[in-house]
Design a protein around this ligand. Structure first.
Ligand code: BGC
Length: 404
């Protein structure tokens, strides 16, 4: 029987067949990239460092691994990346990362000797080993020049040398989903899938048959039915035709979809951003006073109750659709690794959208129930805050034990 386009069943089926094609190196919108790092044993101990780059902030972490799955953050600093760096040259960009590290180490310069670093780089990369990877293409509207196709560890090492930082070695390079999986796996043996729902979106899973972690790069899945507003949004981005799922799901785009949809329905609210969706959707007052205040702050001084209802409904639908796409894609991954859902699965999740949106997590859970029925109880969604930094610190410890 043919499934209805856009139905959960159809998404699951298409997603799974794209996964299989990707794994067989056939043409697929899912890249299915091997990650070249083992899951931790939980016994790793010692001081470890991480650099985490993925959104508009760069994070640096000094952590202590205590064994038995315990990790403590000794120091952590966040550096905001200036917009112009995101579309400038590679040298300036990597110099900024090196200088941030230098400033982090300022008080403790002795640490720089023989320092082993884990580097989370939250973009699609083709890895050939644990500490090397070439950027396939930028996403999330990053467009730093002359990085695509190059090894980001080499670019970073060159910047370290330019800035006089010797003795620092990147021993593990990993995607943020992979880092999140590692962070949760350090203390939870059931963790075999990780998701990021933030500015961008993606997932990875532990493949038992291949004995390794696979970064799906699910943001580029392109077998979803799109509305005229999705198409319009796509055209306005700097990578039209790419990252189709990401543009329907992630924080970078949800506000824009709501805005374009409302505009199509006759209501123009140019300032509507993803961060306002939560407040709008949470307004349960009879006259939608919170929505009214938000619209006022966005330049719509007078709004009718009808208009406010429309705004709330559109926001609810946009985020509900996103959560259902996530759940269906997740279901395909679960079915791929455990056909009959016979084991327990902890799904580590990090990212601002997941953390801040009031219904996202609930909507994913409800949809998983719709798909798996009672068996959905075997699936646990676990918020894994700072997973992408902590995972890199743990990965550095794991990698230091391996020959590289
Ligand atoms: C990137 C992924 C990343 C995700 C979440 C996407 O745009 O392609 O590599 O994991 O964002 O940060």
């Amino acid at each position: 029987m043919m499934e209805r386009p856009g139905s959960l069943k159809k998404i699951i089926k298409d997603f799974h067949s794209e996964m299989l094609r990707g794994l067989q190196n056939k043409k697929s919108s899912l890249k299915m990239l091997p990650a070249y790092i083992d899951r931790p044993l939980s016994s790793e101990k010692g001081r470890s460092f991480a650099i985490d780059l993925g959104g508009t902030n760069l994070r640096i972490l000094e952590a202590g691994l205590k064994g038995k799955g315990r990790i403590v953050a000794f120091r952590q600093r966040q550096f905001s990346i200036k917009r112009e760096l995101l579309s400038g040259g590679a040298e300036a960009f990597f110099d900024f990362i090196a200088l941030s590290l230098k400033s982090f180490l300022e008080e403790k310069s002795k640490l720089a000797k023989n320092m082993k670093l884990g580097f989370t780089f939250s973009f699609p990369m083709l890895q050939t080993g644990i500490a090397s990877g070439r950027l396939i293409h930028w996403t999330k509207e990053f467009s730093v020049r002359s990085v695509t196709g190059k090894d980001v560890v080499n670019l970073f090492n060159a910047a370290l040398i330019r800035k006089g930082l010797k003795g620092i070695k990147i021993v593990a390079l990993l995607n943020d989903t992979v880092a999140t999986l590692i962070a949760r796996s350090y203390k939870d043996k059931n963790c075999d899938i990780a998701l990021i729902l933030g500015t961008g979106t993606n997932a990875c899973y532990y493949d038992r048959t291949r004995q390794g972690i696979i970064n799906i790069e699910w943001g580029s899945f392109n077998k979803l039915p799109r509305t005229v507003y999705d198409l319009e949004l796509d055209k306005s981005t700097d990578n039209p035709g790419e990252q189709t799922l990401e543009k329907m799901v992630s924080g970078r785009y949800l506000g824009r979809i709501a805005r374009l949809t409302l505009k199509g329905l006759g209501l123009n609210i140019p300032g509507l951003e993803t961060e306002y969706l939560s407040g709008i959707e949470l307004d349960s007052s009879k006259n939608l006073l919170r929505v009214k205040a938000r619209l006022k702050s966005l330049g719509l001084a007078k709004s009718s109750l009808e208009e406010r209802k429309l705004v709330k409904d559109v926001c609810l639908l946009v985020s509900l659709r996103a959560a259902r796409i996530v759940a269906a894609s997740l279901a395909a991954v679960i079915m791929h690794i455990d056909k009959n859902l016979s084991r327990r699965h902890s799904i580590a999740i990090d990212g601002s959208l997941y953390q801040r949106h009031p219904w996202f997590s609930r909507n994913i859970k409800l949809t998983l129930k719709e798909i798996f029925g009672k068996k959905a109880a075997k699936i646990k969604l676990v918020l894994t805050k700072n997973g992408s930094s902590q995972g890199a610190a743990i990965a550095a410890a794991v990698a230091s034990k391996c020959k590289i």
